[in-house]
Write a protein that binds this ligand. Structure first.
Ligand code: PHE
Ligand code: ZN
Length: 857
């Protein structure tokens, strides 16, 4: 019997709801898979032992399966004829334990969606999260079905890997066994001509673990940094969370074509090569930092995600929020905690706040979806991590540890929910988290307004919280908001140390007694809650906090607020660049007592999109060109004000020692790069050209090139850069992106369009696609140029990509998510493009869902 069901399932608008959860009616005792590898016709033979669960609410035997050619199916050795649809199959099955056997054929070489088993640069690899395993074989592809897997790989590839421990290996065959029960989304297989960078790690209880990073020939020298990061992560998780690794081997593989950053498959992490390969010549400091964080993130999933997984995909934040929180703790410990916190908040405001205030807003734990791939969002990940940070702040460090220990003890080996997670905190601390849970169920960013009063030595802060309606949630209830506050005296001394106020009402006052004079408050220290703080205050007070606050985050925040207000005033009132702000920056820049990385962050102006968001929040319609002009004027004025000292500052901050990617030297280079950016405005790129000539590392080469391009003086260097790096995909991604990022508004879409015609542009590689289209969408004034060319170009490319790779297409649709911020003309232009995408014949379910939600705004 053969049935050809290799067409993509019909584009359906079926919606899945959290409230509909029902358990699967069968236990899966064990899974044995045999892969007979062939590029266009791989055979997958499965042997799965099922045990019906007595008294189950839904006794149907349904196995997911998509794009599979079913060759044969048997139950207990007897051929059966299941009912097959494009989504899966059903079959009559015995009432007791039985063995299901099936053989299917799949086409890895033809798989451009990069989900399931596919080929990248001649090598086989898999991506199964969230629902990709069903493109490999028929299976109950849901995270609450956990089983032990044995995998036989037959093929003539040099290296053939799967999860768990290797149990036998001979010519043409490798057998792997994973002793830990796992859901199918953590399955992985890799086969290809790979080389490894090996090492070992001994866990605290003495287990010796073999570590490998597997890469293509030629990339061997880019593995050392990732390996160090892995070992640091393993040690940190033992020390900070008491978590040890649980297999004899841990493999990481670098893959060029990958939809996301990396994937935590049990014992076999698969990485986008951009998130693991590093060398001083080809990677920037930012790349190194990101690689360290992602290696840690995927490793930490071994306990938060793999040993304890999610009951269903609505619970995605259970593993992702917690794992992001853990990796940010790791980075804070390895590098600078304040710098990490500031960078995380910049990122949250850039990606999560717009999402939460636009048509794609959804709760940290969504209650419905059409395509789960569309919910790997900044809200689930980053706001999910913020929620855990708040929980920790509320219960304190000791109780946080107690609760998390209880989580591991109680739920190891289980597929859990947010209720389970909150319950361990309730049981460990005796707290009622009923109200706190709203952070998981209510979408939208709360706004917090503050009023203050002072009388008879008592200082009172009165807060009011409110959250605007979000799709499907017109009314919001007050949330628990931890507000960390400290008070400063007039001379800049801290007169009340940080204290966490626990706000639970819509409006609530807190008093501080026994004060001689009215203090200056430092509110929301360390950004203690993901809210928008609105407080009427003066630039003088902001400058005072910038100079004196003991909380580094709020110190930065004061400078950030000054910069923001200066820009807003320029845009709205045509004001001149604010003198207080310029003076404060000038002082900070020269203040050698401050961490250079921190100074670099203060010098980094709020992004243009951030200013657009602020204007929108305050009820104005942002004009991208005006925002661009204000940014240019402000930077030019600052450069002129500093003219005398810039060459010396540049010289003093130039790092001349041999390159190392550590946080301290990276911070020095970051400050130096900021100074170069200002200097380039005055010298027309002379210094940048010299830096380009002498740079022996990508960080300095890249910043030199960026500045030259921005000054429109980089033609020669851009060509030289291309000639030098054309064979290095990851560096070429930078080259593509930089030209678009640095283009003036009117040239942005044209530059991007030209680059899509470059021989090295391809829709098939998500990194390259994102390099070009991401840079287009990220150039705020260029993308939103009034002629609409940016919108059209993006839409053209989304339409072109959708048939090949729906996931990456759908994610890139977020470039349009904030369209309602802008004027009617721009809205009309964007709506026309969104409608054009929406009405494309055969549009994927992924993209259809995204475009429809955005258009429904
Ligand atoms: N689970 C991965 C992570 O966050 C992300 C991912 C999701 C990768 C879906 C691939 C596909 O670590
Ligand atoms: Zn993750």
């Amino acid at each position: 019997m053969t049935a050809d069901l290799t067409q993509t399932p019909q584009q359906t608008a079926e919606t899945f709801y959290l409230k509909d959860y029902t358990p699967f009616g069968f236990e899966v005792e064990s899974v044995e898979l045999t892969f007979k590898l062939a590029p266009s016709a791989t055979r997958v033979v499965s042997k799965i032992c099922f045990i019906p669960k007595p008294g189950t609410p839904d006794p149907r035997f349904f196995l997911h399966g998509e794009m599979l050619k079913l060759i044969s199916a048997r139950i207990d050795g007897v051929d059966v004829a299941p009912t097959v649809t494009p989504e899966g199959l059903t079959c009559d099955v015995p009432q007791q334990r039985f063995v299901w056997e099936a053989e299917v054929e799949i086409d890895p070489a033809g798989n451009t969606a990069l989900e399931g088993l596919y080929m990248s640069g001649g090598m086989y690899c898999t991506q199964c999260e969230a629902e990709g395993f069903r493109k490999i074989t028929y299976y109950p592809d849901r995270p609450d079905v956990m089983s032990i897997f044995t995998v036989r790989i037959e093929g003539d590839e040099e290296v053939m890997l799967s999860n768990g421990n290797p149990i036998s290996k001979s010519d043409g065959l490798a057998v792997w066994q994973d002793p830990w029960p796992k859901p199918a989304y953590l399955f992985a297989l890799v086969a290809g001509d790979l080389v490894n960078h090996p090492d070992t790690f001994t866990t605290k209880s003495g287990r010796k673990v073999e570590l490998n990073i597997w890469v293509r020939h030629g990339d061997e020298d880019k593995c050392a940094f990732g390996m160090e990061a892995l070992k640091k992560s393993m040690t940190w998780d033992e020390q900070a969370y008491g978590r040890e690794y649980d297999l004899d081997i841990f493999n990481i593989v670098a893959v060029d074509d990958f939809n996301m950053g990396a994937m935590e498959n049990k014992g076999l992490n698969i990485f986008n090569s951009s998130c693991v390969l590093a060398s001083p010549e080809t990677s920037t400091d930012a790349n190194f930092e990101r690689i360290e964080a992602i290696i840690a993130h995927e490793y930490f999933h071994n306990w938060t995600g793999n040993r304890i997984t999610c009951r269903d995909w609505f619970q995605l934040c259970l593993k992702e929020g917690l794992t992001v929180f853990r990796d940010s703790q790791f980075t804070s410990d390895m590098r600078s905690a304040p710098v990490k916190r500031i960078s995380d908040v910049i990122d949250l405001r850039a990606r999560q706040f717009p999402e939460d205030q636009g048509p794609l807003s959804h709760p940290v734990r969504p209650e419905e979806f059409q395509e789960i791939n569309n919910f790997y969002t900044a809200t689930v990940y980053e706001k999910g991590a913020e929620v855990i940070g708040m929980l920790k702040r509320l219960v304190g460090d000791a109780d946080y540890s107690k609760a998390v220990d209880l989580y591991f003890e109680r739920h190891d080996g289980q597929a859990c929910t947010i209720e389970d997670w909150l319950k361990v905190f309730e049981d460990a601390t005796g707290r009622d988290l009923g109200q706190f849970k709203r952070w998981y169920s209510q979408a939208g960013t709360p706004r917090l307004t503050v009023a203050e009063s002072f009388a008879n030595g008592t200082y009172t802060l009165t807060f009011e919280q409110s959250t605007a309606p979000t799709p499907g949630q017109p009314d919001k209830d007050p949330r628990v908001i931890p507000i960390a506050v400290g008070l400063l005296g007039a001379n800049g001394d801290e007169i009340r140390q940080t204290q966490v106020l626990e706000m639970t009402e819509a409006k609530q006052s807190f008093t501080f007694e026994g004060l001689a004079t009215k203090p200056v408050p430092s509110i929301l220290r360390e950004f203690s809650a993901p809210v928008i703080l609105e407080r009427e205050t003066s630039n003088a007070e902001r400058a005072f906090l910038l100079a004196h606050d003991t909380d580094p985050f709020n110190r930065w925040e004061a400078g950030n607020a000054l910069a923001r207000e200066a820009r807003v005033a320029m845009v709205l009132e045509g004001a001149a660049p604010d003198a207080d702000y310029l003076d404060a920056l000038t002082k900070l820049l020269r203040d050698d007592t401050l961490d250079p990385a921190f100074r670099a962050l203060i010098l980094q102006p709020p992004s243009q999109s951030d200013i657009a968001q602020t204007l929108h929040e305050r009820g104005h319609t942002p004009d991208p060109q005006k925002i661009y002009d204000a940014a240019e004027t402000l930077a030019q004025t600052l450069a002129q004000q500093l003219a005398d000292s810039l060459p010396r500052l540049y010289a003093d901050t130039t790092v001349t020692e041999a390159y190392t990617p550590d946080a301290v030297s990276a911070g020095n280079r970051a400050l130096n790069a900021r100074i170069l950016t200002l200097l380039t405005r005055l010298d027309g790129g002379e210094q940048a050209a010299r830096q380009y000539e002498t740079a022996d590392n990508m960080t300095q080469q890249y910043s030199a090139l960026a500045n030259l391009m921005k000054a429109e003086k980089g033609t020669v260097q851009s060509q030289a850069f291309f000639d030098q790096w054309q064979d290095d995909r990851l560096v070429m991604d930078k080259w593509f992106a930089l030209q678009i990022a640095m283009a003036v508004p009117e040239a942005t879409a044209r530059t991007a369009a030209q680059l899509t015609r470059h021989p090295l542009f391809t829709l098939k590689n998500p990194n390259r696609f994102r390099a070009v289209m991401g840079a287009l969408a990220g150039n705020h004034a260029g993308f939103h140029h009034a002629n609409g060319a940016g919108y059209q170009l993006l839409a053209d490319n989304l339409i072109a990509l959708d048939g090949l790779n729906p996931q990456t297409t759908a994610r890139m649709c977020t470039a349009f998510q904030s369209w309602k911020r802008y004027d009617n003309d721009r809205q009309a232009l964007i709506a026309a493009q969104l409608q054009r995408i929406q009405t494309t014949a055969g549009l994927s379910r992924d993209t259809n869902e995204m475009v429809s939600r955005i258009l429904d705004a």
